[in-house]
Structure formats: C-alpha cells, structure tokens
Design a protein around this ligand. Structure first.
Ligand SMILES: [Zn+2]
Length: 125
C-alpha cells in the first residue's frame, strides 16, 4: 500500500518535471508568450536570450551616441562653436566610435557636428 503510493508520486513528479522542461524549451526556442515573436529588424537573435542580449546592446548604442554628442558639445564650447574635425578628438575611447551590436563605425559629419549609427533599427538614436 505504502509502496504503491510512492510509485504514483514518483510518476506524477516525473511528468510535472517533463512538462516544465517542455514549456521552458518552447519559450526559449520560439519566444511565444513573451511578446517577442516577431523578431528584430536586423534579424539578430534567434532565441529569446539572443534577442535580450541584442536589446541590451541597442541601449549601449543609444548611450554611446549620447556620450559622443555630449563630448562634441563640450568640444564646440571650447573651440568657438567649431565641431571637432574627427570623432577621436573627443577622446572617449575606441569603443565609443562604433555600434556595439553590428560594429559599424558611427557616421560623423565634421561640418555640422552630427553623429549617427547606421545599424538597421538604430537610425533614430
Ligand atoms: Zn548602433
């Protein structure tokens, strides 16, 4: 009697464990139930974890551009409103001059002092 109950508990435990693993695998491989089933414009990140990492790098890119623009403002203030001839004159470090996601160098216009990222989906950063 006691042995039978334990066997039944073990089977139910095993089935519940398999069901949980199946649900986690489905979320990981399809992204269903997370609101991220469509994927990204640039196609980076096939799994939910890959898309999360790409999303974090989107934020790093946006932050880098903010830092670069602030540095350009400071350089202009110190040079009678003339923007720096090259981004490297801002002396932020090489990691600030390219997109952390696609590694494309930022496009800088030394005449206007504008800087932007050319990575797909980063045009408005
Ligand atoms: Zn970017």
């Amino acid at each position: 009697m006691i042995g039978r109950t334990r066997q039944g508990d073990t089977l139910i435990g095993l089935l519940v464990t398999i069901a949980i693993i199946a649900i986690l695998a489905a979320v990981y491989f399809t992204g269903k139930g997370t609101g991220e089933t469509k994927g990204r414009k640039d196609g980076i990140g096939r799994t939910i974890i890959g898309r999360s990492i790409a999303g974090a790098k989107d934020d790093v890119c946006r932050s880098n551009l903010g830092q670069v623009r602030a540095a350009i403002q400071i350089a202009r203030a110190n040079a009678d409103d003339a923007p720096p001839a090259d981004l490297k004159e801002t002396r932020l470090g090489d990691s600030f001059y390219r997109c952390p996601l696609g590694k494309e160098p930022y496009v800088y216009n030394p005449e206007t002092g504008e800087v932007k990222c050319v990575h797909l989906g980063h045009e408005k950063y």
